[in-house]
Design a protein around this ligand. Structure first.
Ligand SMILES: [Zn+2]
Length: 292
């Protein structure tokens, strides 16, 4: 059981920017799941390698370091890609194996999924995998216990607020905190949000990053950092790939969310990379100060 909110140890992180990439392919995203059955994944046009390599080049050019939450399914088929990520100095972390929503698969299948992914990634890099990010931020309370039991030391699957129909829920999260320790030995590092006119808006990437004009987004980043808080950003390789195959979704809102402004996203992300120094989430945590 988690401790009551006031007793959960807090972690003060430095006001630095941390980059993260969820390494998965275009046909694995939840927004398209209704149109792309899982048993067709194998036959789909595989684009994750070329897109991730492009991202590695852009990060090298900008001198940026990131945490790459690699899907086990991808790592199993492309171990050389995982080796290139690690060799370039990025942190290799886990995005689970099969990209299934946590609250839909239950504790036993979740345990199997994260154990399999961690084993594959550690087998490739020879380095312990410490971090985890849930597919579609579908984290839930019991999953934190399983993550800790399976040897993860941090999770980065939540926002300081809940503002999305499919994001998971963590109870007892200290309000407004960017990082805290929900379980002994397991830290939670939130993806950033921005408080604006009394509302918390997710400001750490996704369709929001592609939707807002770049100067507006950058203003928000600066505002978060100048308030003495860390900035944690996430992106996917398919977000810089305007040439990916297009599929129709039953829900128009999901289609919009996936395809919004893809053509502009690569150059925009490159600008963001060049605009400041980026570290990994592991490094950010390493510089944190624990309170309580
Ligand atoms: Zn994902």
């Amino acid at each position: 059981m988690a401790a009551p909110q006031s007793l959960l140890p807090r972690i003060d992180l430095p006001a630095r920017a941390a980059m993260s990439i969820d390494v998965e392919d275009w046909f694995q995203v939840q927004n398209l799941a209704g149109s792309i059955p899982r048993d067709t994944w194998e036959s789909r046009d595989r684009r994750v390698v070329i897109n991730t390599d492009r991202m590695l080049d852009m990060m090298a050019e900008a001198g940026a370091r990131s945490t790459c939450f690699v899907l086990g399914w991808v790592a199993e088929r492309h171990p050389d890609l995982v080796r290139r990520i690690a060799a370039a100095g990025h942190e290799v972390a886990s995005h689970g194996y099969g990209h299934e929503l946590i609250y839909e698969i239950g504790p036993d299948r979740f345990r199997e999924d994260i154990r399999r992914a961690k084993g594959i990634l550690e087998g490739i890099t020879g380095t312990p995998v410490l971090g985890y990010r849930a597919p579609n931020f579908s984290i839930t309370d019991w999953a934190l216990d399983v993550l800790a039991e399976e040897g993860h030391s941090y999770d980065s699957s939540s926002f300081p607020v809940v503002a999305h129909d499919r994001y998971g829920r963590l109870t007892n999260a200290p309000s407004g905190r960017c990082a805290y320790q929900p379980r002994p030995g397991l830290d939670e590092v939130c993806v950033s949000s921005l408080r604006l006119m009394g509302r918390d808006i997710p400001w750490g990437g996704g369709a929001w990053f592609r939707l807002f004009p770049y100067p507006v987004f950058q203003w928000g980043v600066q505002r978060i950092l100048s308030q003495g808080r860390p900035f944690v950003f996430y992106i996917h390789p398919w977000e810089i790939d305007a040439g990916q195959p297009r599929v129709r979704c039953a829900r128009r809102s999901h289609e919009l969310r996936h395809y919004t402004n893809l053509a502009a996203c690569g150059p925009r992300w490159q600008r963001l990379l060049r605009s400041r120094t980026w570290c990994t989430i592991g490094e950010l945590l390493g510089q944190g100060r624990r309170i309580g």
